[in-house]
Design a protein around this ligand. Structure first.
Ligand code: OOG
Ligand code: MG
Length: 262
């Protein structure tokens, strides 16, 4: 690691203040082009500690850039992981204040809740399905703290993978009998269909995204504990929203979720 502990903390502070003040910053790899993966995740962890110190509770984890739609949209090629806090949770049907966000975008996701812990390496789809308590529909509202939503993988990891808000609800279902690969997703903005996808858009099967997170955690000697809420990544590309917009996402077998932007 070439960055010092104080540089890591300063980068976390920069990103935290960009979020709190709704002021985008240049991607941090401009100033630190040699930043490595461990350093990028170290900044994300420092950001997590800052939020926890202010009273935020960690309520889940997320995978990002797990679909071709997202990788193509963002011009990057590898999945990433981040954390979710209670402060980002919005109830189904709830209002999201765009004045507190920089340039929000919505993406349709499938979420898992575990009944038993998962530990990598070697975690696979079968193990994930056996460990799953239920799946449920979710939407993520991402909001990069970087100017023009432009970043590389290390910058976006440091920025907690653009996590901002998430909505979940709809209808939760148990895994047996559910064809997650072929599960259809239709996203509507202001009553118009703007994106469609199937579960297989996410790494071929959304459970593979959970396995990948378990394997990434396993590399650090950690597990994903029982009860964890996991967002598997946007199946659709992310759609820009502004005040006045209403978004509804309809899922085959999982009901629908909606949110409005004010
Ligand atoms: C990075 C976060 C991606 C997803 O579901 O793919 C993400 C970004 O696109 O800003 O959350
Ligand atoms: Mg996402």
């Amino acid at each position: 690691m070439a960055l010092t502990e104080s540089q890591i903390l300063a980068l976390a502070e920069l990103l935290d203040q960009a979020e709190e003040g709704c002021r985008p910053v240049a991607k941090i790899t401009n100033a630190h082009p040699d930043m490595d993966w461990a350093e990028a995740y170290a900044v994300q962890h420092a950001l997590k500690r800052r939020k926890e110190a202010r009273g935020a509770r960690i309520v889940g984890i997320k995978a990002g850039l797990t679909s071709f739609a997202k990788m193509k949209q963002m011009g990057v090629v590898e999945p990433v992981m981040g954390f979710l806090t209670d402060q980002g949770a919005v109830p189904d049907g709830g209002a999201i204040d765009t004045a507190k966000l920089i340039h929000p975008r919505v993406e349709a996701e499938i979420a898992f809740v575990l009944k038993t812990a998962l530990r990598g390496p070697g975690c696979h789809i079968g193990e994930v399905l056996a460990a799953t308590d239920f799946v449920l529909p979710a939407a993520e509202v991402i909001d990069s703290r970087y100017q023009d939503f432009k970043f590389d993988l290390k910058s976006v990891i440091a920025d907690n993978t653009s996590a901002a808000r998430f909505v979940t609800g709809g209808q939760s279902r148990n895994v047996p009998g559910l064809d997650l690969k072929n599960l259809g997703i239709v996203m509507e903005k202001n009553g118009e269909v703007i994106a469609t996808a199937a579960g297989s858009a996410v790494l071929g099967h959304p459970a593979l995204s959970v396995a990948m997170l378990a394997n990434m955690a396993g590399e650090r000697g950690e597990e994903i504990p029982a009860g964890t809420f996991i967002m598997t990544g946007g199946a659709t590309e992310a759609v820009a929203v502004s005040a006045g917009d209403c978004v509804t996402i309809r899922y085959q077998h999982l009901g629908s979720i909606s949110m409005r932007f004010i």
